[in-house]
Design a protein around this ligand. Sequence first.
Ligand SMILES: *Cc1c(COP(=O)(O)O)cnc(C)c1O
Length: 396
Amino acid sequence: MTSTKLTSFLSEKLEGLKSQGLYNEIDPVEGANGAIITIKGKELINLSSNNYLGLATDERLKKVAIDAVKTYGVGAGAVRTINGTLDLHLKLEEKLAAFKGTEAVISYQSGFNCNMAAISAVMDKNDAILSDELNHASIIDGCRLSKAKIIRVNHSDMDDLRQKAKEAVESGQYNKIMVITDGVFSMDGDVAKLPEIVDIAEEFDLMTYVDDAHGSGVLGKGAGTVKHFGLQDRVDFQMGTLSKAIGVIGGYVAGKQELIDWLKVQSRPFLFSTAVTPADVAASTEAIEILMDSTELQNRLWENSDYLKKGLTQLGFDIGNSETPITPCIIGDEKATQQFSKRLYEEGVYAKSIVFPTVPKGKGRVRNMPTSAHTKEMLDQALTIYEKVGKELGII
Ligand SMILES: *Cc1c(COP(=O)(O)O)cnc(C)c1O
């Protein structure tokens, strides 16, 4: 029998979300998550995936994944520290270290897992973490897991960061202090002010941790935000994901050899959760090789995103202050945002509404993720639909 407490908790909470327009309906994609997707039999221009470089459906990645299944089977069979470490995992980690320009890399099952793993392997209740207020949920949860004191810093406010770093150091309360930030902020597409963050970190002897989930594959010729600013030697933890631009699944932390050695013996998802499958590891390695060989995919990504941004701006949409391909269309009200996204869908564009709690209340938006796999014709068609729906709903 179900607990009556649970039943009343769930029905009250679900009703609450639905009445505020905050309940997210999930639409299954029928087939590949490419530039065009099919949902309920309907073809749509896809502006919602994180598949920035189109690698999720790349033939080269598919081939090595199939080959890996033939040779290694479908599962790694164990956690990394028992005997789930295949030669494929080490090859991926070596490639990633070369790509990122660091001494070593440890890979995990996801980017989310990296943040669960790495922060609490190093930080504890006697430490403090200076965390940007717009940091990703996995950073927030990773910080909480560590039990360190979390000091929220106003978004990209360097005066606030310096002030709070100074106070934390002068308080004498903490053993170690870390500053942690997204490299690219996923809801607005702005880039962290890493050169200033690193200067402040050096002034106050803070550890630096950059979560580059949306920077990897996109900035710094694909190697990420830290490389973009030339700061490889000045950032302690470079976390990245293999699930977004790399097109597969997984995550990694790049840094000094000793840090990686420590994470390999201390970080719990590495010790207690099964290693990534052979096919995924092989496909990720292939993707990194492709990115190291050529910037063709990145160039096309940036061309497409510049084109889409220019088009939306000319139509009169508020696209915020994005510096990357992430292109929000800020609508504001949650219900209006969902209505806008629904009408885009009916007209043939899949651009998901993003509302509270993913973004602050009153900052609802439809977030567009152009990729290198989109053609100009697709983007033109999307812009025509944006114009129609924008005028119809009185947004432009
Ligand atoms: C998506 C994302 C993650 C999680 O990465 P996964 O590999 O999808 O688990 C972590 N941090 C940020 C900033 C992200 O955008």
